[in-house]
Design a protein around this ligand. Structure first.
Ligand code: FDA
Length: 303
């Protein structure tokens, strides 16, 4: 049953008609609980509130299915304006970016020009840029682009998904790169990814422990308190340095736990999406946790 719900919401997340319509309709279904408005101003307000509570942030200018250069170029300009705002407002915040938004599906060289412009602006202000990992169809291209970028920039990293069989090998190659470790949000074939949740969770813990014993910074991105507790115990047992890692969660999820981890002295970073292209992001969140439907029901009936 859980798999049926997951497939249903992932199917919706890929529906281009609904994605385009939702941009025009604006937020509904309670999406505003998980997306910090549509403007740089609205997301900055959310960042300042979290910073005031000891939580740092990473910002995602939402965007899916970018298939023409005008749209990709507009996205790049907005991201650079966002970097300028982060600098001017002097907030504790970095950037998360999806390469398809910068034109990876149009032309790899064109995407490379765009991401270099973004990284140049970020470098100028000393801001780290994380390249989000999308579905497996974009995986190798993303790692290829990263390896070229790493020759010229050290303010860039990416995401590795523990549902992929190859995650451990890829992390070996990325030992000196800042990485966000996640379970993986897309529907992938059993040829490349573990189909069952237990195996994905186990692999997440194994990979997180390997990273924690290494030297590069790791963002441990999960809402799973069992895993968080296990990793906290591992850090304590091995006398590891809290400055080598942070926990990350998505905006609007488990706010109490986010604050608790920050209060306990762990580095904590909230991933904040914003923008009008919210539909695909929101459907993937429902795919992960259909219980979030409760929020929708409340939103529809009680507001
Ligand atoms: P999971 O859904 O596996 O739940 C595990 C357990 O945690 C549940 O059984 C429950 O006990 C508890 N739990 C989870 N959510 C809860 C809630 N809201 N309330 C109460 N209990 C809850 N993916 C990707 O493919 N590419 C990417 O670039 C990113 N980036 C990214 C950034 C950040 C900051 C996060 C947190 C996640 C991503 N993801 C991602 C998504 C990721 O791959 C994954 O799909 C989701 O995080 C869901 O997996 P979890 O480990 O969070 O919990």
């Amino acid at each position: 049953m859980a798999n049926v719900a997951r497939d249903f919401f992932i199917g919706l997340s890929n529906n281009q008609f609904l994605n385009t319509r939702a941009k025009k309709w604006g937020f509904f279904l309670g999406a505003d609980k998980f997306v910090a408005g549509t403007t740089i101003q609205s997301v900055m307000k959310a960042v300042k509130e979290l910073n005031a509570r000891g939580i740092s942030c990473t910002l995602d200018n939402l965007g899916e299915f970018v298939s023409d250069k005008t749209e990709a170029s507009q996205a790049k300009d907005k991201i650079i304006t966002l970097l300028e705002a982060i600098h001017q407002e002097n907030v504790d915040c970095h950037l998360s970016v999806k390469l398809t938004q910068l034109g990876m599906d149009i032309d790899q060289n064109y995407c490379m020009v765009n991401i270099r412009e973004v990284l140049d602006a970020a470098n100028k202000y000393g801001i780290f840029v994380n390249i989000d990992m999308e579905d497996y169809a974009h995986y190798e291209q993303t790692l290829d682009i990263l390896s070229v970028l790493r020759r010229d920039y050290d303010n860039v990293g990416t995401v590795i998904q523990s549902y992929l069989f190859r995650a451990e090998d890829d992390l070996q190659d990325l030992q000196d790169v800042r990485i966000r470790l996640v379970k993986g949000a897309y529907k992938e074939s059993a040829e490349v990814a573990y189909p069952d949740k237990q195996a994905i969770d186990r692999n997440f813990v194994t990979l997180a422990k390997q990273r924690l014993l290494g030297s590069a910074f790791t963002s441990i991105a999960t809402h799973d308190h069992h895993i968080i507790d296990e990793l906290k115990a591992f850090v304590a047992e091995n006398h590891l340095d809290n400055d080598q890692f942070e926990f990350q969660m998505l905006y609007g999820f488990r706010n109490d736990l986010q604050q608790k981890l920050a209060n306990e002295g762990y580095h904590f970073c909230t991933y904040i999406p914003f923008g009008d292209d919210w539909f695909g992001y929101f459907m993937r969140r429902l795919a992960e946790r259909p219980q979030n439907m409760n929020l929708i029901v409340k939103d529809v009936f009680y507001t």
